[in-house]
Structure formats: C-alpha cells, structure tokens
Design a protein around this ligand. Sequence first.
Ligand code: ADP
Length: 266
Amino acid sequence: MIIRLQNVGFHYPGQGEEGTGTVLSGLDWSVDRGEYVAVMGPNGSGKSTLAKLLNALLVPTAGTVQVCGLDTNDHRQWGAIRQRVGMVFQNPDNQIVGTTVRDDVAFGLENLGLPREEMRRRIADVLPRVGLSGMEDQSPHHLSGGQKQRLAIAGVIAMRPDVIVFDEATSMLDPAGRREVLHAIRSLHQGGTTVIHITHSAREALYAQRVVVMAAGAIRLDGSPVDVFNQVDHLQEWSLELPLFAEVADRLRQQGLPLSRRISNE
Ligand code: ADP
C-alpha cells in the first residue's frame, strides 16, 4: 500500500468548526503501489483538496494521511513526501519556471541539490520519455498546450517520484494535447509509477484500472471502470459524464433492450 488515508477529515482554516464548511470527513482510502486510479466527482466535491493532502500541501484536520509509510502530520517528513508525490496541475502556463525547456526541468532538480552531471543525465533521460527530445533550447512559451503539459510532467518525473497526481491536467488542452498527455500518463503507469488522475472526462477515466467517484467530501463509488460506469443512476445524480458505452447501454435499457454486462465487458 503506497497511500493510506485513515478517518481523514479536512476543513480550510476558519471554517468547519461547527460542522459547516467541512470539505472531507471520515475518509478511509488506500492505493497500492503501481495502481492507476481515476478520481471523478462534481465541482466542489473535494478532489483537489484530496490531491493536496497527498503531498502535504495540506494536512488533515482529523485522521492521518500516509504516503510510502511517511505521515503528513509530521512536518519533518514534508520534504521527503513532496519528493515522492509529484503533482501536475490544470494550467500548463502556471507550472513553467525556466526560460528554456532544459532549464525548466533543471529547476526542480536544483532544488534537490543534485550534482550537475546527474542533472544532465536526468534531463537527457526524461525529455525523450515525454516526446520533447531535441527541444532542449526552446522557450517553453512557444510550446503548444500539450507540449507545455508534457514539459511539466518531465519536470516531475525527473525528480523520480513514486506517485504522480494529475489534477485536471488535460482540461485546458485541445484534443491533440489531451491525447499526448494521456499517452504520457499511460506510459508512466506502464513504467511502474502510481498514477492518480483527477478528471471530469469519463473517456479518460476509462484508461484507469480503478475509478473513484467523490461527492460532497466522501467517496461514493470505488471500483473497476465497468462496475462504476454501470451505476448510471448514481452518476447522473451527481451530474457526471458517462462514457459512450454506458450511455448507449442506458438508452437501450430504457427502450427495453438491455445490453448484457457480458457483452459490454467484451
Ligand atoms: P473539487 O476539486 O472537487 O472541485 P475542491 O477540493 O477544490 O473540490 O473544493 C472542495 C470544497 O472546498 C469546495 O466547497 C471549495 O469551495 C472549498 N475550498 C477549496 N479551496 C478552498 C480554500 N483555499 N479556502 C476555503 N475553501 C476552499
């Protein structure tokens, strides 16, 4: 188990003392090493808060969050936790710090205090993995949205984290950019990285091994994509997008033509 939440509660400072403004409560959740988990849920359900709890950007107001056996309630572990859990956010422009692609990846590595030679090795290793080799000297501001997001991913994987959390990391991209980033996410998973992918898109969630649905600060569904997307009524209640197969199955059911689970699984 690489991530373990036990009875986690959270409210932002100044809120929640009287039970109002509580963002998360009584959350028990775990993720195994190497899993690829999609997290869905309506706006305000607590997905981003959960993401920030995983790398100690926030600490729980109740319960414990452990990552790789390290407890985020212990501030002496924050540095180690942030190295182990990388984050990629929604807006690629906000994540760029370097004036060239190479400098941008180097920035995080400098913070780790790595020797120059090791930094060079890591940059040379990560850029081809996200399809940006040969672009070392380019200004990141001239890259496409998908390329910028892949640069952000390169910066994160150069730090060699065990877990990467993608928080709506494709939502500002055009279809080509989305495809590129999803491809990068899948290859990270195949390489053994634990992936948590927060997304509004059912189509993207289908790539995960496991789909978690949050609503009002609690986990409501947690299972394989087929099992979760078969709960059509719940998903519509929380205004979540359905993947095409679930929508088709639902319409057929309404017309008295049930599509069997067996067929939809094959
Ligand atoms: P999601 O990612 O699912 O949209 P969030 O985790 O961003 O949900 O937000 C959950 C709840 O916490 C919302 O009600 C939101 O208004 C509140 N919230 C988020 N960030 C802050 C903050 N910095 N201060 C106070 N309340 C916040």
